[in-house]
Design a protein around this ligand. Sequence first.
Ligand code: SD4
Length: 290
Amino acid sequence: EAVKPIVIATWNVPNSTSKAWDVLNAGGNSLDAVEKGVMEEEADVSNQSVGKGGRPDRDGNVTLDACIMDKYGNCGSVVYLQNVTHAVSVARKVMEDTPHVILAGKGAEQFAYEKGFPKENLLTEKSKREWLEWKKTSQYEPIINIENHDTIGMLAIDENGDISGACTTSGMAYKIGGRVGDSPIIGAGLFVDNEIGAATATGVGEKVLKTLGSFLIVELMRQGKSPQEACEEAVNRIVTKDKDYKNFQIGYIAINKKGETGSYCVQPGFTYRKYSKNEHKNVPSGSFIT
Ligand code: SD4
């Protein structure tokens, strides 16, 4: 008997998983659940890695990356989106209202206004102050992220057993202007195949992009691996090829059609949030470095 409905998300994000659960528990579909769920983090200015309040690039611009994928394999994505908080909802509009998958930069922003999204300043005083402080040295190093608030990737199975996923981020703090990470790239930051399962990623996006981690995990599950085994293999794929692995974090979470879940990361400290009928809890992830 499959576990459903169920939702999981990267990091300890109880507001987001509660919101998604409310949608699922009321009989809603997994696409609405993941969108509404991650919107909580996008609107939360205390999360400085997602949506409004996100840390800017090195020029002081907050630029958002997000994507969403449904049970049919439809997907939509925005990259380098500015001045609009709910990047995931713009991505959903790209999926549903256009013949395209990805809209970038000014085009994505213009599309969002046409769809009625408000123009907002996403740079909070706090993120601005920290950026000005950073500028004094301008030392760029992707941070090994072990905080409990970060890029949010969310995967859900609804009452009908259908799977959807979403991923949204403001990307690496103080990135070069124009940089796009893994989070809005289908197959890298997120992948859903309703017959098999789904996966999503957090951490240094460049590493995930090079191995198309989320697609890899879903394909490994297709070949019979459990979500846990598939996440471990995807992390192994990175650390065996990248000698620098001690200096970055990658975290994957995955779910299969039965509602079994798994996660794995490079550095200790990554957790994921899980909400099903029987539990709402933060689950510690196993890590390559112990
Ligand atoms: C990125 N993967 O833009 C995102 C950042 C992230 O935890 O996940 N931070 O590379």
